[in-house]
Design a protein around this ligand. Structure first.
Ligand code: PLP
Length: 434
């Protein structure tokens, strides 16, 4: 039998993927349908857009909070207007104060850093490991006498090692705020992400697993933490609570416990969309996880590729797949070869492309730029100042990200498309010599 050599598409051969690619890489947004339209229409018909004007048993925001509590097992859930607001309210709830140091991973959306700065604290960067999330060993190394909290971020649907992070945080007596903006529905050891820390936050923004355009959630098992977040999320929280109090003593209690707040409230319209989206979340994740299981062995078969480190395979949301090549050049090379075959993928770090998920490109953090005349939060640092930023400060994160090839996964990828992607990866693997 004569063997016909396979010609890679990059060299003029036939493209392995001919099925139509998904038009976008979104999750919740792709599922918007009659349910969301009906829910929003109902709110509009009711002419009650403000959650504290709604009957608590009918409020969409209250129903969303109740469903999220049931799904995560968290005792308290607070709907807010964004993931960033949720981070800020969460930090305030955990009593993070001006001049404190807060540990965050070097690989996270810039909002994690800006939320820390918004409460007057200083972000201290921690290296990531092969799981794309905070390296627990480096986290412990970065704790100082000024560290009051850590924000582990479950990036790209992949859970952090919450066992080790919680052990270190408890031993070193620092608060934990889990950033689950990209991991709605993820678990670690069978338990919902967001319930390990003293509080957890979620985002419901356009690009997220469940999406209401804008929106966020704070979850916690601690009543005091919940109440502090709730007070901060609404500058008039005491008034609504006084109005709803069953007796004068309870009303008085609210008056006394309130402090200043912002306006981070979620509207009934956003609550309506988010509630319907949450009902669809697990179906989305069942499919993304299944697709990832299909793609995994094909990627594993690429000579020299090392798969992402999964701290909990079953708890991973399956919205991305990452493998590491031996060096940056081979990552760029194989990503180009795969892309020519029709596989949607790319390398993660490049000096040229300003990806806001990588500390290297966080200009206003790197340059300590302030919104305030007094230079806060940088001017609020205790003496002697110790926090500084340089582009080479987290070399392991950069070294890993420049060797990383990422395949984003969405539930709308069809079976024939996924099969062809698997075939394309296998074709490239057969010819890859490094
Ligand atoms: C890891 C992470 N944290 C926080 C946020 C902020 O969420 P939002 O855009 O809803 O404010 C995002 C959103 O992109 C995120 O990915």
């Amino acid at each position: 039998m004569i063997e016909i050599a396979e010609v890679l598409a990059i060299n003029g051969g036939p493209k392995a993927v001919t099925e139509p690619a998904p038009p976008n890489l979104l999750h919740g947004t792709n599922e918007i349908g009659e349910e969301e339209i009906r829910a929003v229409t109902n709110v509009l018909r009711s002419k009650v857009l403000f959650r504290y004007a709604a009957d608590p048993s009918k409020s969409t925001v209250a129903q969303l909070e109740a469903l999220f509590a049931a799904k995560t097992g968290a005792r308290y859930v607070l709907g807010v207007n964004s993931g960033t607001s949720a981070l800020i309210a969460g930090l305030i709830a955990l009593k993070v104060s001006q001049g404190d140091e807060v540990l965050i991973p070097a690989y996270t959306y810039i909002a994690t850093a800006s939320a820390v700065m918004a409460v007057g604290a200083l972000p201290v960067l921690v290296e990531m490991d092969e799981s794309l999330s905070m390296d627990p060993q480096d986290m412990e190394r970065k704790i100082t006498d000024r560290t009051t909290a850590v924000i582990p971020v479950h990036m790209r649907g992949i859970p952090c090692d919450m066992g080790r992070i919680m052990e270190i945080a408890r031993r070193r007596k620092i608060a934990v705020l889990e950033d689950c903006a990209q991991t709605n529905g993820g678990t670690f050891g069978g338990r919902a992400l967001g319930t390990f820390g003293d509080a957890g936050i979620f985002s419901l923004q356009h690009y997220k697993i469940a999406a209401s355009g804008e929106g966020g959630l704070v979850i916690t098992n601690d009543r005091d933490t919940y109440e502090r977040a709730a007070v901060y999320h609404d500058s008039a929280y005491a008034f609504w609570m006084e109005e709803r109090a069953q007796d004068p003593a309870a009303a008085e209690q609210w008056k006394n416990m309130c402090f200043l707040g912002e306006n981070f409230r979620m509207s009934e319209l956003h609550g309506a969309v988010a509630l319907e989206q949450l009902k669809k979340r697990d179906r989305i994740l069942a499919r993304t996880r299944m697709i990832k299981r299909h793609l995994w062995p094909a990627c594993e078969g690429i000579p020299g590729a090392v798969m992402e480190g999964l701290n909990d395979r079953a708890g991973d949301c399956g919205i991305s797949l990452v493998f590491f090549m031996p060096d940056a050049a081979s990552a760029v090379n194989i990503a180009a070869i795969l892309a020519a075959e029709g596989v949607r993928c790319g390398t993660v770090f490049s000096k040229q492309f300003p990806d806001r998920h990588i500390f290297y490109h966080w200009d206003y953090v790197m340059n300590k730029r302030s919104a305030h005349r007094n230079g806060a939060p940088w001017s609020l640092e205790k003496n002697p100042p110790r926090v500084s930023y340089t582009k080479d400060m987290c070399p392991r994160t950069i070294a890993l990200l420049e060797r990383a090839v990422m395949l984003p996964i969405t539930q709308i990828m069809t079976d024939p498309y996924v099969d062809q992607v698997v075939g394309a990866i296998q074709k490239v693997a057969r010819s890859w010599k490094g």
